[in-house]
Design a protein around this ligand. Structure first.
Ligand SMILES: [Fe+2]
Length: 486
């Protein structure tokens, strides 16, 4: 916010056992300074780290100056935290000339290391946006001995269930030095996807392919979701939006960067209807999504809130920061490689909820929302696309552009990369760029005339450090529909 930031930390005696901190509240002193050496401390105070919230600390520091860099640190007993750097947003009624944003998602700890975060931390950014899959719920199994997941209390389900499970997993992810560096370098705006709770859940319906003992009734899954949401809050720099132990948490919210960018952060998991068709994987017939008349990814309340935000905006760029691709994608039929046609759809994405997507795209057109930009993740590959109401009407002006960020470390099957690169020009001509072979993040430089997205990728995730390069650059020009290569 222009006058506030949330500072976060957590006290641990043993990162994998929250109970090791004991049952007592612990006082934590915090300081915010205008300089790295803390010569000019502008705010200070004491917060209580409480056992009910795993001794996490969230300080909502108010009264700061807009568009400033600040440094902060925590102190308790003889312990002093490393110094973090953060930044306030520009004044609400200002006219900023530039915003630099990093976009990340999907960091499966077990699949490799995070040189992407070493690269991200070295960028010159105003804010980082995380689009979800901050943790993965799976059981321990990794090619790297030091990247094996914590063991959940109920092994064999391949999912976390209890609050202790989720806390230990979040704490494990937070032990990574590259991730720590990226958090210490910038303020983060976060939203979750499915794996912070359970793969492919929808509202209070658990994973689509869960059967028998793994399948839970909604009341049991509500308890698991409450544990997952509480642990997420405990480990993220969030303003509190629910009572701990509640299965609901309002995560969708808006951020303004002067009149340059309005950032609508969505939650497409908590309120969605079940994926159509009941298929055992993400994939199914395209028709299932087209016919999903009652389907919603946002729920009616969030949809109204979003529509209001897109109708009333005065921002030059209007961003939807959300989890799954809006772009219509025809996938060659991976389920039956001998018969790649007819193509299929990923029904966990907006393709499974086509009528809801059409409502969204029509709204952007009819409301004349200035320069809409959709951010997405979830699919562990980079996609830059023009969004049209009718995907095949290439003569029509796109109503928005979409940038889908590749994963920090989560797997994209190498076998899908070549066939998609070959098929996209004919099956999905609105996709201007696709690459499934590299891990990394997106770097966005936004000014009043142009939105520039650089696809920043690492050579390998088999090592903790790896060179970062720009493997592609795509831009949108204010007032001009669609993407252009940059
Ligand atoms: Fe993911």
């Amino acid at each position: 916010l222009p006058d506030a930031v949330v500072l976060w930390t957590r006290l641990v005696a043993d990162p994998f056992d929250a109970a090791a901190m004991g049952r007592r509240d612990v006082a934590v002193r915090w300081e915010v300074a205008a300089d790295e050496r803390f010569a000019t401390v502008v705010r200070r105070g004491t917060a209580l780290a409480r056992p009910e919230l795993a001794h996490s600390v969230h300080v909502d520091v108010r009264g700061l100056r807009a568009d400033r860099v600040y440094w902060y640190r925590f102190r308790t007993g003889r312990f002093v935290s490393p110094v973090g750097r953060t930044r306030t947003a520009p004044e609400t009624y200002s006219r900023p000339n530039r915003l630099r944003v990093g976009v990340v998602n999907c960091q499966d700890f077990q699949n490799g290391y995070w040189p992407a975060y070493v690269g991200l931390a070295a960028e010159d950014l105003d804010v980082v946006v995380h689009l979800g899959d901050y943790i993965y719920e799976y059981d321990p199994q990794s090619a790297y001995p030091d990247r094996r997941h914590t063991a959940p209390e109920t092994p064999g389900l391949d999912q976390l269930v209890t609050l202790a499970d989720y806390r230990a997993r979040h704490a494990q992810y937070k032990t990574d030095p590259a991730l720590q560096r990226a958090h210490a370098a910038f303020p983060w705006i976060v939203t979750w996807d499915d794996h912070e709770t359970e793969n492919n859940y929808a509202g209070l319906v658990d994973e689509i392919d869960d059967t028998a003992a793994r399948h839970q009734d909604p009341a049991a899954f509500a308890r698991q979701r409450a544990a997952a949401y509480q642990a997420y809050y405990e480990h993220m720099p969030l303003r509190r939006a629910a009572v701990p132990g509640s299965p609901d948490y309002r995560l969708y919210r808006r951020f303004e960067f002067g009149d340059l960018v309005r950032l609508n952060v969505l939650d497409t998991r908590q309120y969605r209807t079940d994926q159509p068709g009941g298929h055992p994987s993400d994939f199914g017939p395209i028709a299932d999504g087209l016919g999903n008349a009652a389907g919603t990814l946002t729920g009616p309340e969030q949809e109204r809130w979003l529509a209001e935000g897109l109708r009333t905006t005065h921002a030059r760029w209007n961003v939807l920061a959300q989890q799954v691709m809006v772009s219509q994608i025809r996938f060659p039929n991976f389920l039956d490689p001998a018969h790649p046609f007819p193509p299929i759809a990923n029904l966990d994405q907006w393709d499974g909820y086509d009528p809801a997507r059409t409502r969204l795209l029509r709204l952007l057109r009819d409301a004349r929302t200035p320069n809409p930009v959709v951010l997405a993740g979830d699919i562990h590959s980079t996609w830059c696309s023009d969004l049209r109401i009718d995907r095949d009407d290439l003569a029509a002006a796109p109503v928005a552009v979409e940038f889908t960020a590749t994963s920090v470390s989560s797997d994209f099957p190498a076998a899908f990369d070549g066939p998609l690169k070959a098929a996209n020009p004919t099956l999905n001509p609105h996709v201007r760029y696709f690459d499934g072979s590299r891990r990394g993040y997106l770097r966005m430089t936004v000014d009043r005339e142009r939105w520039l997205t650089d696809v920043r990728t690492v050579d390998s995730i088999a090592t903790r450090e790896s060179p970062v390069r720009t493997s592609a650059s795509w831009a949108a020009t204010a007032g001009v529909p669609g993407l252009t290569p940059a």
